[in-house]
Design a protein around this ligand. Structure first.
Ligand code: CA
Length: 232
């Protein structure tokens, strides 16, 4: 099994119990104790599934869920809600959650939901595949392979790659990338773009110092080159 799960839950007791339970059945678990830490971890590390509490400090689970979906994160999200009103469940599902469990719940129930969602995600991955040179990219599941070898990208790296690929053969400025991929209005973080391009190249390119796909356009920014072979 060994799927990676992010558990975002502020109640320490529940966080520890659930973590132990999930690890016991073979999942790799990382945790966050508030909405901001949860959002950042979900964006910067590749997870197969996210368990997201609704009532969280700093940022509530609904906002985190909505923002993750807007950012293009495709991993299944299970919301944990302490409230029993149907309206909360409907809101959660509308914002892009895949399922919810109402507290208090039996661990077995949550495990069953997780298993079902992971299975569904695997079946879904058969669609929406695109090939670019040696890369096969599944935009919906945020998965990339090079010559059939999986490449693990963070959500932000994936967004960056996607933005460049959708505008392949066009030079994209650092300012545009900051605005579109990071939602930054100012151009003063251009170093952020360079750092992420560098980590993307390390994962995608055979020789990151002489990139074939994510190339530098002097005085402008970056461009994805490499003809689109086919859409599967
Ligand atoms: Ca809570």
């Amino acid at each position: 099994m060994n799927e990676n799960i992010l558990l975002v839950e502020d109640e320490q007791g529940l966080r520890q119990t659930l973590t132990a339970r999930l690890k016991k059945v073979g999942y790799v678990v990382d945790t966050a104790a508030d909405g901001v830490e949860g959002f950042n971890k979900a964006m910067d590390m590749p997870f197969d599934l996210i368990i997201l509490d609704v009532a969280l400090p700093l940022r509530n689970g609904f906002d985190v869920c909505r923002d993750l979906r807007q950012a293009g994160l495709a991993a299944p999200i299970v919301m944990l809600t302490a409230r029993t009103q149907t309206v909360d469940k409907v809101v959660g599902l509308k914002l892009g959650a895949d399922d919810y469990v109402t507290k208090p719940f039996a661990a077995l129930e949550l495990l069953a939901r997780i298993e079902a969602l992971l299975r569904r995600a695997t079946i879904r991955s058969g669609q929406g595949l695109h090939e670019f040179g040696p890369f096969r990219i599944d935009f919906r599941r945020m998965e990339v392979t090079r010559d059939s070898t999986p490449i693990y990208l963070t959500a932000r790296e994936f967004q960056l790659l996607r933005y460049l690929i959708e505008r392949a053969e066009s030079a994209i400025s650092r300012t545009e990338l900051l605005r579109s991929v990071w939602n930054y209005d100012t151009g003063s973080f251009t170093r952020t773009v360079d750092m992420h391009v560098s980590s993307l190249r390390k994962k995608l390119e055979k020789d990151p110092t002489s990139p074939e796909f994510v190339v530098t356009v002097p005085n402008i920014g970056y461009m994805f080159v490499g003809a689109r072979k086919s859409v599967l």
